[in-house]
Design a protein around this ligand. Structure first.
Ligand code: SF4
Length: 429
């Protein structure tokens, strides 16, 4: 008998040809991830090696948050560094040394590369090794790139987590690893559901601190909570860990399928699974029903931006009654995305990568009711009469698992409600 949470017999968009786009990008860079990562790793510090532009981006993205003891900063590359007239490595060592002397609470230091550091080919891997040797065992120094050259803003988290995987110790323990930086309240909900089903040893990547770290090995099984963690997925596979392929935990359906894939791996009985999930599932369905009314029978067009596009299109079409005209994603990793493609109803154009002018033409031609895009495209499209949703909000807002399913639908319905209200007001004038 076919299980009701197993992948459906229909092939959805699995066989849909993907339009490959290789043109101009309109996205944020991976430094953005520091804003949510520094809250998850309480003994970590992110030292961006970049320009004043990078420092401004971080400050304005961090916006209202002023910390007495911040956990990120920018080591500014001056013109002399960029022109190769000064030894940037020496200067970087000095900045790191001063920082670590002043801040004994820092146990992990991430050197984060940027466009300028990549352009001058500053070797941060070498710097991290050199500093690790100097500051071990108290401080571990790792590096990753947050550069915006050919990347998207969510790849910063992916690069950071992927950098941590090789330094985790070896283990043969049979453990489940939940991969992705979720807001604490959402992470707690997910862990609570797994615990209630009897899935005992659950680890989270990133761990809240080095002291809470664990090993990885051939008996580790892991599931991604964020679709953009593809380099982390590859890094875990290289350590011998096994991936549980599943739709992502967005909406009632995605959450149930994700949880069931983990539960089945750990031999949880269906009756137990149903008993644990029945009530939150009902709450999620009700909340979606309420929030999704303005979305029904309307169309949505996704520009490639957050890497969340395919799972969100699946949620909007299957649970909120929308039609997707185009789903663009910066990258489509088949092994990670197959369960999503299998569920996504046939019909939309699937595009990978970006050629922004061509995509704008397709968007204008299809006149979708809702366009999901980056900040840079939202204002011009609004000026043309299209209703938009900023993709970046979807990453900054708790949207995973059952209790957030209604909020997720609400994020998409709000701009449509606003537009409807404006039209009504204009008609009455
Ligand atoms: S990393 Fe690149 S894209 Fe990001 S702020 Fe710095 S210069 Fe700009």
């Amino acid at each position: 008998m076919n299980d009701r949470f197993d992948p459906p017999a229909a092939r959805g968009c699995l066989d849909t040809p993907v339009l490959k786009q290789r043109g101009q990008h309109e996205v944020f860079c991976g430094l953005t991830g520091i804003i949510w990562l520094h809250r998850k790793m309480q003994d970590a510090f992110f030292l961006v090696v970049g320009s004043r532009t990078c420092a401004h981006l971080l400050q304005s993205a961090a916006g209202v948050m002023i910390f007495a003891e911040p956990r990120f900063a920018t080591a500014i590359l001056e013109e002399t560094d960029l022109a190769g007239m000064a030894d940037a490595q020496v200067e970087l060592d000095r900045v790191a040394r001063e920082l670590l002397q002043r801040r004994p609470d820092i146990r992990q230091l991430f050197l984060v590369g940027s466009c300028p550091s990549e352009v001058i080919k500053l070797d941060l891997a070498n710097a991290a090794q050199r500093m690790s040797a100097e500051f071990a065992p108290r401080v571990r120094v790792l590096n990753y790139s947050g550069s915006g050259i050919e990347t998207t803003f969510t790849q910063g988290e992916d690069a950071c987590l992927a950098a941590m995987v090789p330094v985790l110790p070896d283990t043969d323990a049979r453990e489940f690893l939940m991969v992705g930086a979720l807001p604490d309240v959402v992470e707690e909900q997910a862990l609570g559901l797994l615990r209630d089903m009897g899935v005992e040893t659950v680890r989270v990547l990133p761990a809240p601190s080095r002291d809470a770290e664990y090993g990885v090995g051939p008996n580790t099984v892991y599931a991604l909570t964020q679709p953009f963690l593809t380099d982390t997925h590859e890094a875990l596979a290289r350590r011998g860990a096994r991936h549980i392929a599943a739709p992502f935990p967005f909406g009632e359906e995605g959450t149930t399928a994700w949880l069931w894939a983990v539960a089945r791996e750990f031999g949880v009985k269906r009756a137990t699974f149903d008993a644990v999930t029945e009530r939150p599932r009902a709450r999620a369905r009700k909340a979606i029903e309420r929030a999704a009314a303005p979305l029904r029978n309307r169309s949505v067009f996704f520009f490639p931006d957050s890497q969340l596009e395919l799972p969100l299109a699946r949620f909007l079409t299957r649970e909120c009654g929308m039609t997707a005209t185009e789903v663009g994603a910066p990258f489509i990793h088949r092994a990670v995305m197959e369960p999503e493609l299998a569920l996504l109803p046939e019909g939309p154009t699937l595009a990978e990568g970006q050629d922004v002018d061509l995509q704008l033409d397709r968007c204008r031609a299809s006149r979708p009711d809702l366009t999901v895009c980056g900040l840079g495209l939202a204002n011009p499209l609004e000026a043309e009469g299209l209703t938009t949703k900023w993709a970046i909000e979807l990453v900054f807002t708790p949207v995973h698992f059952y209790e957030q399913a209604g909020d997720l639908a609400g994020l998409f319905s709000r701009p449509l409600r606003r537009r409807d209200a404006l039209r009504l007001a204009e008609a009455e004038v």
